[in-house]
Design a protein around this ligand. Sequence first.
Ligand code: PEP
Ligand code: MN
Length: 276
Amino acid sequence: MKNLKLAGARPGGARSVIEVAGVRIGEGLVVIAGPCSVESEEQTLRTAVAVKEAGAAMLRGGAFKPRTSPYAFQGLGLKGLKILDKARRETGLPIVTEVIDTRDVSWVGEYADILQIGARNMQNFSLLREAGKSGKPILLKRGMHSTLEEWLNCAEYILAEGNDKVILCERGIRTFETYTRNTLDLSMIPAVRATSHLPILVDPSHGTGILGMIGPMSLAAVAAGVDGLEIEVHIDPASAQSDKDQQLDPAAFARLMDRLRRMRAFMDELGDEGTK
Ligand code: PEP
Ligand code: MN
């Protein structure tokens, strides 16, 4: 691909490992789990403890929510970040949280271990530049209407600011299919591995929007060579203030983690011929 001076594949296919608070992304399988939104201290802390117990390496949770409707829950903002900070202190899990505004990058970065740039902001070039300048690890989700080349060029914006800590996340694209929330494009796993050195994660929660599909798609992503998963988990999904139909409860998440570990071990045994 043209113009990918920094995001493109490296000679010999060397892939980047991005270390965040002791977690190495790009090596093994890193699972980031937690609620769609931070709603309260109790909900976040209880979810954090549960996902840690099940083996998640990082906690996710939105304090700033990009919502389709301006009247929908927009997130707790600073209060939400403080709750995430408390959850990190209590569990030791590093925090992944979204930033949606250029003006917030530096102060949200004081709470986050990884700043997430969501699908709706993938091509917000000023936000990408600001994220690059922050020097924080950035989780860049694929825009719902974006090609691989457009996505990698957005990673290039961050890298071009001197920030080499970029992690990609496939979260589904909009197609003519309406049964699923999005069409999760698992072909992006080998595609990214062929065209870029950056780690690639998959978000099966937003990628399908359907509870029963999160397990199968996660296992398929591991079979395809994914570096990690971002999965929505809520202590009580039925009461969630956003995305309640796609959040696993802790018991379902723990069962999935067990299957993921076994799938990953099987893939290690098989070798990853064909995914590189
Ligand atoms: C999220 O992960 O909270 C989110 C809003 O995802 P996306 O940007 O992929 O829709
Ligand atoms: Mn969500």
